[in-house]
Write a protein that binds this ligand. Structure first.
Ligand code: MG
Ligand code: MG
Length: 266
């Protein structure tokens, strides 16, 4: 069942996601060689609680941390640890909060120091695929338009879209209907309506899309050892188009500028 949100609920979800964006911006300032993901996790938990929110992933089905990490070949759902980050690593952070009963959910992948050109390209293409997908979020478009926007951009660059994990509706639960695949055919699938909120989250592998699970039961990594990148926004469908929840107006404006992005990613 898809739960439509009122404009007042969207404003609360915007506040929840603004807390998530503050955490992800802070990580951007702190990620560096020698820093550990456990340190960043403690910092993130403190920021979230100071903001009057609760870490949404902590204890979710037994997950032991505030942030999900994704180091190099990890796709999603890694557990923060005491390994110091090294120059050349790419590291994903996924952050969720609960604020006044509503969930915020967003993720980014970061470069640690200088990274190889291929790693930088993988991150850029993944972020662009999310932005192209966001531009499809408007009343009347279909879930297949979102998936196709991601898949076509990713495959054009020779990368692969993970199929085992998908995006999702979000609201008063972390995972609501519908599922939001990062692949699909234009004009197919559920039709979007104002008030839907979708967490769109492309997970993109440098080689095959196949997934292997670690013995911890959480960490999902590429089966072939290739790199993986992940970016996520929670996006509301409004009659004016996509509303990326929690982001600064200049980010919203840049991503909504379809022509500008279309020329820069050709
Ligand atoms: Mg997430
Ligand atoms: Mg999510």
């Amino acid at each position: 069942m898809i739960i439509l949100k009122t404009p007042g609920e969207l404003d609360l979800m915007d506040e929840a996601n603004a807390i998530v964006q503050r955490v992800l911006d802070g990580i951007d300032e702190r990620v560096a060689p020698g820093v550990t993901t456990a340190e960043l996790d403690s910092w993130a938990e403190a920021i979230i609680r100071e903001a009057g929110a609760v870490p949404a992933f902590l204890n979710y089905k037994g997950f032991p941390a505030t942030l999900c990490t994704a180091l190099n070949d990890v796709i999603v759902h890694g557990i923060p640890d005491s390994r110091p980050l090294e120059a050349g690593d790419i590291i994903g952070f996924d952050c969720g909060v609960i604020y006044k009963g509503y969930y915020g959910d967003s993720a980014r992948t970061y470069a640690v120091g200088e990274v190889a050109e291929g790693a930088a390209t993988l991150m850029r293409v993944t972020r662009e695929s999310l932005e192209l997908a966001v531009q499809q979020v408007r009343p009347g478009s279909r879930l297949g338009d979102i998936g196709h926007a991601v898949q076509s951009h990713v495959e054009k660059h020779g990368f692969s879209v993970v199929r085992q994990f998908v995006g999702h509706g979000v609201g008063t639960s972390l995972h609501e209907d519908p599922q939001v695949p990062n692949f699909g055919r234009p004009g197919r699938g559920l039709r979007l309506k104002p008030g839907m909120v979708l967490a769109i989250e492309p997970m993109v592998n440098s080689r095959s899309d196949k997934v292997s699970m670690d013995a911890d039961g959480w960490t999902a990594r590429t089966k072939d050892g290739g790199l993986s990148a992940h970016f996520e926004y929670s996006v509301a469908v409004t009659s004016e188009g996509p509303r990326i929840l929690g982001v600064a107006p200049e980010v919203q404006t840049r991503i909504a500028d379809v022509e500008c992005l279309a020329t820069s990613v050709s």
